[in-house]
Write a protein that binds this ligand. Structure first.
Ligand SMILES: NC(=O)c1ccc[n+]([C@@H]2O[C@H](COP(=O)([O-])OP(=O)(O)OC[C@H]3O[C@@H](n4cnc5c(N)ncnc54)[C@H](O)[C@@H]3O)[C@@H](O)[C@H]2O)c1
Length: 442
């Protein structure tokens, strides 16, 4: 569950090695200079995030909150018996010795946990998608502004050296004018379709069900909804909030765009008919005012090989982004327009050809040339999550801005959730990416 890019096309063959930004020289960090962190929501991503965060020099985990006792037990197994564990994150937020929190709860808790943490004086690393409901966005932006606390959203690829390189290549004009961005994310497994394991001890004894529900509709305990929450709109945000949002973050980071103005999405629940109320196949189309279209697709029932792709298409070339690197392809258009004359009378063909060759003589220069591929690869073991946490903790120490603040996070998640609106309403929906507001469109 670590990297959303896992499994993407890998550039084959050698390429230019991309180098991560140098670590600051490793000064010993005094014990009293540690950034003390806590984790709120210690499931798959929360535990992964924390394992990465504590690798950043001078960061120490001191407390964990979660609604399932088994995960609190595991937190002590992994990070030591001395850490505080609790079902109630308010106990963590009350501690004066905690500087920052990581929020790895399901989507429907992001807003409240982040706002509570910022008001308690903590800087926040909150997992994507930033919002579950549109009203979450302005509230989170305002809380960050009013408290002066740092809010970094967890679409880690915006800190990825592959994306930094892609941004630089696009800005250099190497692929000409961008006219389209396409991405797909196809899976064919139960885990891929969010059927995560429900532990046999799941019950109202071991799970704090009312706390998990929060503002969601009150229903009797349901272990599937607790552990496989992505399958229900009450807690998750469908494939749009889970996966599209990463692609929006990547697209906005690379292009500098703020978001689409119009969106339409379609799809359906085609295979995983297990009681979920979100589609397992979804296609979305988005118009960007900068003059490009974005097309996104997720298919959880891809009987071919699981695969992903993310391509930026310009008038002079393409940038294909993969898990371990990127490839730039440039094939110049022919300098001569070409002829389609085979159906004309022979004499006419001969006449046209003669005139054409007089205008476009055959020379070396007119022969099609393939400028070819440039490949860039990342070092073995490279982690964009590490770089994203480094960016966060640098901001915590210096109060400089983070790469993915609340405004960036809302623009990415707000754009992604347009897909759900369009799918549910069966119509094109409109969005003001600058003002970050839904607009009415028939
Ligand atoms: N950045 C990425 O690549 C990435 C990858 C996977 C998941 N995520 C995001 O991380 C978040 C968590 O996903 P996951 O797969 O880890 O889910 P998960 O179900 O494995 O973990 C969520 C945990 O939150 C706990 N929780 C629920 N309500 C809580 C509350 N009020 N207080 C404290 N804990 C609470 C649950 O008990 C559970 O253990 C989601 O928002 C998801 O979109 C991001």
């Amino acid at each position: 569950m670590a990297g959303p890019l896992r499994g993407m096309a890998t550039p084959s063959g050698p390429g230019t090695m991309l180098v991560p930004e140098q670590e600051e020289p490793q000064k010993p960090v005094a014990a009293n200079d540690h950034i003390q962190i806590a984790l709120i929501g210690a499931g798959g991503q929360g535990q992964y995030d924390t394992s990465v965060a504590v690798k950043v020099p001078g960061v120490k985990l001191v407390a964990v909150a979660d609604c399932y006792d088994g995960r609190l037990t595991h937190a002590k197994e992994v990070w030591g018996a001395e850490i505080q564990t609790t079902r109630d994150y308010a106990e963590i937020l009350a501690r004066k010795d905690i500087d920052a929190v990581i929020i790895g709860t399901p989507d429907h808790w992001h807003k409240q946990a982040a706002i509570d943490a910022m008001h308690a004086g903590k800087d926040v690393y909150c997992e994507k998608p930033m919002i579950h409901l549109y009203s979450d966005g302005p509230a989170m932006i305002e809380a960050s502004r009013a408290t002066g606390k740092i809010l970094q959203i967890g679409s880690q690829r915006v800190s990825n050296i592959i994306y930094i390189k892609a941004k630089e290549i696009l800005a250099s004009g190497a692929i000409g004018e961008l006219n389209m961005v396409t991405a797909h994310w196809d899976r064919n497994s139960a885990i891929g379709a969010w059927d995560y394991t429900v532990p046999p001890d799941a019950s109202t004894e071991t799970c704090d069900w009312p706390r998990f529900l929060g503002t969601a509709p009150k229903i009797p305990f349901n272990g599937e909804q607790f552990f496989q929450w992505r399958k229900w709109k009450a807690y998750g945000s469908g494939v749009a909030g889970d996966l599209f949002v990463h692609l929006f973050s990547g697209t906005h980071f690379i292009t500098g765009a703020k978001g689409p103005t119009r969106a339409m999405a379609t799809g359906g629940l085609r295979f995983w008919k297990d009681g979920r109320n979100v589609p397992d196949v979804m296609l979305g189309l988005f118009d960007y005012p900068e003059g490009f279209n974005l097309s996104l697709g997720v298919n959880f029932v891809d009987g071919g090989a699981e695969n992903e792709g993310f391509t930026f298409i310009g008038s002079e070339g393409t940038i294909e982004i993969g898990w371990s690197g990127l490839t730039v392809n440039r094939v110049p258009r022919d300098k001569e327009p070409g002829l389609m004359i085979g159906t004309f009378a022979n004499a006419m063909q001969a006449q046209i050809l003669k005139e054409y060759r007089a205008k476009y003589p055959v020379t070396e220069a007119t022969a099609p040339t393939r400028v070819g591929e440039d490949r860039y690869v990342v070092p073995e073991g490279y982690s964009d999550s590490y770089d994203h946490f480094k960016n966060f903790f640098h901001a915590v120490r210096t109060r400089e801005p983070v790469v993915e603040d609340a405004v960036f996070g809302y623009r990415a998640a707000g754009a992604a959730l347009l897909s759900n609106l369009s799918y549910e309403q069966g119509k094109v929906v409109a969005w003001d990416p600058v003002g970050m507001r839904l607009k009415n469109e028939g």
